[in-house]
Design a protein around this ligand. Structure first.
Ligand code: ZN
Ligand code: ZN
Ligand code: FE
Length: 759
């Protein structure tokens, strides 16, 4: 007879709402242990009693197995006193002062998919089917602990059959908070473009409308989509016209992986991302002539593709049959506004865009766009981190004080920290828009409430005019502010993601960020730790004629760079041919008089200048368009770098002149834009390597962090890694949060913590 012992186990991480308690229950049954499991506000607590050997085996399996959606961060054990229990029970949740990570929304699992496609199943054709392994989470949670009354499912009383599933620890739907069926759960309705009811089965009718070239606004998991047939050029053009989206690429949804293969070249890693539970939009290399309307992603050679992630999507493709090869599924908003989430709002804001509205009555509590990701240099590079990813925590290399970091201006996302975790909000959008600013403010409130963070500091960008800065400054004056330089934050974000401490060589290349000298920075090499940085190198300054306008009109940057490089404005050069006399006179005047021509070290603007010189793009219709087109041209080509010239000592200056003269010479010799693009990418990689070598020689540092929006560019990231790796550098780039400003709040938070520690 073995001795009965007892053990208390506390499990932290994403462990609620992911089937963790039934998993524990089943494990206890496996080893014949008595005891209980319960959710607290910050963890799952378990107490088991039984023979010591059985408890050892139980704990071993607890560490090794775990349900698919769980992310265990920490598992602690302590001895307990046996109570003489004879059964294992799932106890009620305890609320308290703790906090805990919340699962992101998760794509429909295979078991649920089988049910909705099975004509004999009671959930056959039911668009709100889910279980503990799948379904909405973050977007429906109003508070913690994660229980049904704290979700937007609170208004749906479960029918007896759903209730029985919910109460049965052996059932796949045990404590699945959004559990529902056609008898008791949310329902679909279809309205016409003016908000009147449309007869017929909503899904079938919506599918029919889509197949006939109409635009349907579809309420989804984290907001509305606007959908249309992606193979119909006229439908896609109509959608662009109504939405006011000129040229920015539109995302596609296809029914199966095989369809993605037909449209694009899909690598193993890309396939894994497409089919992952997060179901992001993955940027894939398009196969020409696959039938996708040219207006979907003009000039880019890549398509953003995702697979169905809710039962509604699966059923839409199923009911429409083979008539729908691919759907445009773009965020349900007018250009630059946040995605719509509630019916009244959608009907109002999307009227005149949607020919019909496919709605449901499950409220969306938190707005969450589709995530966008890509594969570069063999790994994932998030471009927009939102549904399916947020709010999974980033594990920090330190126990952080509670901090709120408010992000930058474009692609904003906010970050709160607590203990070892940083919680980055989903993508919110560009703050210059009033509607976005409203959802930004409510996101701050939701993130602090959900994770029960009372900030001891607020971190914000150095730029005085960012709305995020003004927002931070308007908060409670008793909470200290920490001002973080933009590119320092970029580098710190990448360091935090890799749990690096100590100084690194940080390369932060982007479009723009406020420099302490008042210039527009964006081509920075820093020696940085979390607490501070030294600018050890940068791209040479050049004026931006017209300020922000120069970012929208690359020909202006080409003219400014030519002048700075001492190269004449030859009338044959593409930027001269593409601009009017009056425009050039204005640029010349701005440059000569230094009026509205701030100095910049931006690599983003250098990309613009080269794109214009090479004849690729002179006027951008969306942010970074010129750079994206240049990248598309360079893909697959390896060119020799243009001459690199480093001047100065501290900081080193990468002279743009020799690069610009090299490009202009190539243009004069009739070199193709693709070869110029390839040579230019190699040049930027070479310049990074030369500066890093010089910095290593003087500091001994050999860890290099590559951050900033320019490193979304897969060709550049790959070239830079290939150049640095063999020279003995250890290279780090973003895999968890975006290299662009969407990830910057993480870096701000890390810097704020370090400054508070030092103070
Ligand atoms: Zn499921
Ligand atoms: Zn039911
Ligand atoms: Fe930036």
């Amino acid at each position: 007879m073995s001795v009965v012992t007892a053990r208390r186990i506390t499990v932290e991480g994403v462990v609620q709402g992911v089937g963790f308690r039934p998993f524990v229950y089943a494990l206890a049954a496996r080893y014949g242990l008595a005891g209980w499991v319960r959710n607290t506000a910050s963890a799952v607590e378990i107490e088991v009693e039984g023979p010591a050997g059985a408890i050892e085996a139980f704990v071993g399996d607890l560490r090794d197995e775990q349900p698919p959606l769980a992310h265990v961060e920490r598992l602690r054990e302590a001895d307990a006193l046996p109570q003489g229990r004879d059964a294992f029970e799932i106890e009620h949740s305890l609320d308290g002062e703790g906090f805990q990570p919340v699962s992101p929304d998760v794509a429909t699992c295979p078991a649920c998919l089988r049910e909705i496609m099975d004509p004999r199943d009671r959930r056959s054709g039911y668009a709100f089917t889910n279980c503990t392994d799948c379904g909405p989470r973050f977007t429906i949670i109003r508070g913690v602990p994660y229980d049904r009354p704290n979700t937007t499912m609170a208004g749906f009383a479960m029918c007896p059959r759903c209730r029985a599933e919910y109460d049965d620890p052996r059932d796949r739907r045990f404590h699945a908070q959004p559990n529902a069926c056609p008898d008791c759960g949310p329902r679909l309705t279809l309205l016409d473009g003016r908000g009147g009811p449309r007869p017929g089965d909503p899904l079938r009718e919506a599918g029919r409308l889509l197949a006939s070239g109409r635009i349907v606004a579809i309420k989804g998991i984290g907001g509305f989509h606007l959908a249309c047939d992606a193979t119909s050029e006229s439908a896609v053009r109509r959608l662009r016209g109504r939405k006011g989206r000129e040229a920015k690429p539109l995302a596609l949804m296809v029914a199966h992986l095989a369809d993605a293969d037909r449209l694009c070249v899909v690598s193993t890693e890309e396939r894994r991302l497409l089919a992952s539970a997060a179901r992001p939009i993955v940027l894939l290399r398009a196969r020409p002539g696959a039938g996708i309307a040219p207006s979907v992603a003009p000039g880019l050679g890549r398509l953003g593709v995702m697979l169905p992630y809710s039962p509604l999507h699966h059923l839409l493709f199923e009911t429409a049959g083979a008539t729908l090869p691919a759907l445009v599924m773009t965020s349900g908003n007018r250009s630059e506004e946040p995605i719509a989430t509630d019916e009244a709002d959608a009907l109002h804001r999307l009227s005149g865009i949607g020919d019909a509205f496919l709605l449901h009555d499950r409220p969306i509590y938190v707005r969450c766009d589709d995530s966008v990701t890509r594969v570069a240099a063999g790994g994932e590079v998030p471009i927009r981190r939102s549904r399916g990813y947020a709010p999974l925590p980033v594990r920090l290399p330190f126990e952080s004080r509670p901090v709120l970091a408010v992000g930058a201006e474009l692609k904003s996302a906010v970050c709160v920290t607590r203990g070892p975790y940083a919680f980055l909000s989903p993508h919110i959008g560009d703050l210059e828009n009033v509607e976005t600013y409203v959802s930004y403010r409510s996101m701050v409130e939701r993130m602090t409430a959900l994770f029960r963070v009372e900030p001891t500091a607020v971190a914000h960008d150095l730029h005085p005019d960012y709305l995020s800065t003004r927002y931070a400054l308007a908060l409670d004056p008793a909470v200290p502010r920490v001002v973080v330089q933009h590119h320092h934050a970029h580098v710190a974000a990448c360091m935090a993601e890799h749990r690096l401490t100590g100084p690194v060589i940080g390369v932060a290349f982007d479009g723009s960020g406020y420099g302490p000298d008042g210039a527009v920075w964006g081509g920075e090499i820093l020696v940085a730790d979390y607490a501070g940085f030294e600018r050890v190198g940068h791209l040479g300054y050049v004026p931006m004629p017209g300020g922000d306008r120069a970012a929208r009109e690359p020909f202006r940057m080409a003219l400014a760079h030519l002048l700075r490089a001492g190269a004449s404005w030859e009338p044959d050069l593409p930027p001269l041919r593409a601009s009017a006399d009056a425009e050039r006179e204005m640029v010349r005047w701005q440059l000569d008089r230094q009026v509205n021509a701030p100095l910049t070290s931006s690599v983003g603007r250098l990309f613009d200048a080269v794109a214009s010189l090479a004849g690729v793009r002179h006027r951008a219709r969306f942010e970074a368009q010129a750079a994206m087109e240049l990248e598309a041209l360079a893909e697959g080509l390896v060119g020799a770098p243009y001459p690199i010239e480093l001047t100065g000592v501290a900081p080193l200056v990468i002279e743009p002149g020799p690069i610009i003269r090299g490009v202009a010479d190539d243009v004069a010799e009739g070199t193709s834009a693709a070869w110029i693009a390839a040579r230019f990418h190699a040049t930027v990689a070479e310049a990074v390597a030369r500066v890093c070598e010089r910095v290593r020689a003087s500091t001994g540092l050999d860890r290099v962090v590559l951050a900033g929006g320019v490193f979304q560019n897969a060709v550049l990231l790959d070239a830079t890694r290939r150049r640095l790796g063999p020279c003995g550098f250890e290279v780090f780039s973003h895999h968890l949060v975006p290299p662009n400003d969407g990830g910057i709040a993480l870096g701000q938070a890390a810097v704020a913590h370090a400054r508070l520690e030092r103070a």
